[in-house]
Design a protein around this ligand. Structure first.
Ligand code: KG4
Ligand code: ZN
Length: 341
């Protein structure tokens, strides 16, 4: 029998539905100890949106509502758990597409309501930010770079729930720039992985694309000038080498990401960097960070590949840490498509 002074153990079921992936995960954690992902199911809608060249919000929310209950069943089956075994339910409350967020959060609230168990709303960005540290329940002091389709965020982290924003994008997020340039190059959506493939056969020095906002101690990002520079280059040169453009574009993004993150880590006086979000799957990004951190004597924690793109395991993890900190949310809480960190 569990005694009052025993560390809390909780099984957390989380739903992520902020954009074009429906995801359900079950995580078991013991406060001050380790966490274990018991199940993590993701149903991607990429194929549905590909023919439209980007995410169509109404298609996304309808698809979430169609596959969610099946995904919850699958997650329970993989975790060998019953719904009665779940101690806490949680869902992404923002940022994201309003109609998509509503599907996942309403489903999680309904399960919480029926089972009489607490509900925890989670910020999607906090999910990404903490994802490099998912196997433990203590988040170390570090500088986190979240680099995804919707965000490019530099955060000083002083443990879970204690964040100071040091830099963000003034216009396009890094992943968004990959996706838009991918479209210009005639590559399928999402452009990020396609550009990475193309860039392997290209010369990164072929075009000197701009590295914006690199002056002074600037920690904000801007990728729209780079995107426009690629567009003009494509318009001017008819028989251009797509791999050369892809490689030159990719190296410009990588250099800016690495430089600003190191700058922010030094400004925050931390010797650990956490790297997360869809763009951190990119091998050129990973290698550049590994090399530079090694040179600077800074430790680097990169999120595992399966939690880089949108998933519910990272939402369960961020939610569990909030729960262990004594925070739960009412069922009357609203989603926020523009939530920030
Ligand atoms: O984290 P994520 O799944 O969703 C958001 O919260 O935005 O990130 C998706 C983004 C897309 O823009 C996609 O093109 C980009 O991550 N991405 C990549 C790679 N894989 C995914 N970008 C560059 N290289 C990749 N290998
Ligand atoms: Zn995301």
């Amino acid at each position: 029998m569990r005694k009052m002074e025993d560390p809390p153990v909780a099984i957390f079921l989380a739903i992520e539905s902020s954009c074009d992936e429906t995801a359900v995960a079950i995580l078991r954690g013991e406060a001050g100890e380790r966490t274990e992902v018991l199940a993590s199911e993701v149903a991607s809608q990429i194929e549905q949106h590909r023919e439209h060249g980007g995410v169509v919000p109404e298609l996304a929310s309808r698809s979430h509502s169609l596959c969610l209950s099946g995904l919850v069943e699958e997650a329970l089956e993989s975790a060998e758990a019953r719904i009665a075994d779940i101690d806490v339910f949680g869902a992404t409350m923002g940022p994201g597409l309003a109609s998509s967020l509503l599907v996942g959060s309403t489903a999680a609230k309904a399960m919480s309501c029926v089972s009489g168990k607490p509900f925890v709303g989670v910020n999607h960005l906090e999910g990404h930010l903490l994802s490099p540290f998912m196997n433990r329940t203590e988040v170390p002091r570090h500088l986190g770079l979240v680099v995804s389709g919707g965000h490019t965020l530099l955060m000083k982290v002083d443990g879970a729930g204690n964040y100071v924003r040091m830099g963000t994008t003034r216009d396009d997020a890094a992943g968004e720039a990959f996706d838009k340039v991918g479209k210009m190059l005639g590559l399928p959506y999402p452009g990020g992985p396609e550009i990475e493939k193309m860039a392997k056969g290209g010369d990164p020095k072929a075009f000197a694309f701009p590295r914006s906002m690199m002056g002074g101690g600037e920690l904000d990002f801007s990728f729209s000038g780079l995107k426009t520079a690629v567009l003009y280059t494509l318009q001017k040169n008819k028989n251009i080498s797509i791999p050369d453009v892809a490689a030159s574009f990719q190296v410009a993004v990588v250099e800016v990401l690495v430089e600003k993150t190191i700058r922010a880590a030094k400004a925050a006086r931390v010797d650990l960097i956490g790297l997360s979000g869809g763009v951190s799957l990119n091998q050129a990004v990973r290698h550049a960070f590994i090399q530079r951190c090694d040179k600077e004597g800074i430790e680097l924690a990169i999120a595992e590949a399966e939690v880089c793109t949108d998933n519910a395991a990272m939402i369960a993890f961020a939610g569990l840490l909030r729960f262990f900190a004594g925070k739960t949310d009412g069922l009357d809480g609203d989603i926020n498509p523009n939530l920030t960190l």
